[in-house]
Design a protein around this ligand. Structure first.
Ligand code: DI6
Ligand code: FE
Length: 405
């Protein structure tokens, strides 16, 4: 049906920003939403909903409606898993021993290279389905476990395919600069020149990517090397993002800010100066508590500095087979509160409005007239409950472009 009228809803529109004086969560009680042709046509008090007599009316009996969730940082397309590596570490093996036994990113690269596009799609679907069940309507998916031209492109095609298999919007990100593959060990420059940049050109030409990312870290690529990748992204008019200051501070956040990045992600080792640079550039800080938890990091991202500087903060799963085998954005929101000190309102904004901003999307992430009718209807009384419960999914219904799905 094309025209739907939701009445008697408690709306967390998330439209006001987390500003002093504004209603928390952009909350509106006894509110109504008129949906037409997949978009939100009108938002207002239920008493005024009579203006839409020929819309199919649904009484939500006071249930909470939020924007559908946005998971703005995942690596959910990949071959294989690393459960055995998890076991090895819990039996006392170090990261180095695991790596020598063929573990780490490299093990996922081998599994991914050995998979067809159809196999990658099939293995990713249960993770996508778990996200849909929790009210996610938009998910970002990165390449970066191919590290050769063909497999990087296969990963991206698989990611795009997922949006045809399921009612979900997929944004794809090129992450060729994720690690140096074994055949280029010790030669990151040669890898960038021979593989990463040509793969980026090919992906851009095939219109397979919406953004370009990299892992800026001592064990991956330094800021000068990342700048080469960003310069190439610019040539293709593609926005950039960066895994920055996850394990150390080597200037990734500032590089991201210099390139006007959509987001800088992880940021455990970022400082107040980085926060100022990100704020100035309008770059979103994407916080990934699943990775912090899994690798038992002890340094927390500087949430207070981000707050003070006015850096918008997003929260995502980082769903990947190594450092964050997490497919629950609700759990990521809980962790963002308990481990990082975000408020439940910031966590929800992080999984809606600011998640959309981290992807450069202006048509979702808040409830407002004109935007996509991607909505989540929850069996909760108050929006803080979404981040508060652990391992409990209160989603009642999800609307994807206005349709039950
Ligand atoms: N940072 C991470 O935490 C993951 N990638 C990245 O750039 C690690 C991915 C993995 O261990 O497979
Ligand atoms: Fe990541």
């Amino acid at each position: 049906m094309d025209r739907l009228l939701l009445v008697n809803a408690a709306l967390a529109t998330m439209a006001n920003g987390v500003l002093p004086g504004a209603a928390a969560y952009g909350l509106m009680n006894r509110a109504a939403i008129a949906v037409e042709k997949g978009r939100i046509r009108w938002v207002g008090p239920t008493e005024e909903a009579g203006a839409f007599p020929d819309f199919e009316k649904r009484d939500l009996e006071g249930r909470l409606v939020t924007p559908a969730l946005v998971d703005c940082h995942t690596h959910l397309v990949h071959g294989g898993h690393r459960a055995w590596e998890f076991e090895m570490r819990l039996k006392g093996a170090t990261y180095e021993e695991v790596a020598r036994a063929g573990g780490g990113i490299l093990s996922t690269v081998l599994s991914t290279r050995g998979a067809t596009e159809a196999q990658l799609v099939k293995s990713a679907l249960p993770r996508v389905d778990a996200m849909i069940r929790e009210g996610v309507a938009t998910v970002e998916i990165k390449s970066g476990y191919g590290l050769d031209i063909d497999t990087e492109l296969t990963m991206l095609r698989a990611a795009r395919r997922l949006a045809k298999e399921r009612p979900i919007r997929v944004r794809t990100t090129f992450l060729g600069a994720h690690a140096v593959p074994p055949e280029y060990k010790g030669s990151p420059e040669a890898y960038l020149r021979d593989v990463c940049l040509p793969a980026l050109d090919a992906a851009a030409e095939e219109r397979l990517i919406d953004a370009v990312d990299g892992f800026c870290e001592g064990i991956a690529f330094n800021p000068d090397q990342m700048a080469q990748v960003f310069a190439r992204a610019r040539k293709h008019h593609l926005p950039v993002k960066l895994h920055a200051e996850q394990l150390s501070n080597i200037g990734g956040a500032r590089l991201a800010a210099r390139y006007g990045a959509l987001s800088a992600d992880h940021l455990e080792y970022a400082d107040a100066g980085d926060a100022a640079a990100l704020a100035q550039a309008g770059t979103v800080a994407v916080l990934l508590p699943g990775a912090y938890y899994t690798i038992r990091e002890s340094r927390r991202p500087p949430v207070e500095a981000f707050r003070e500087a006015g850096v918008p903060m997003a929260v995502a799963t980082d769903c990947n087979p190594g450092s964050s085998p997490l497919a629950s954005l609700l759990l990521a929101m809980n962790m963002a509160c308990t481990l990082f000190g975000m408020t439940p309102e910031e966590a929800l904004a992080g999984a809606t409005r600011n998640g959309a901003k981290a992807l450069g999307l202006k048509d979702c992430g808040v409830i407002a007239a004109g935007l996509r009718a991607d909505l989540a209807i929850w069996d909760v009384e108050h929006p803080a409950e979404l981040a508060y419960r652990i391992g409990f999914n209160p989603l009642r219904e999800r609307l994807f472009a206005g349709a039950d799905a």
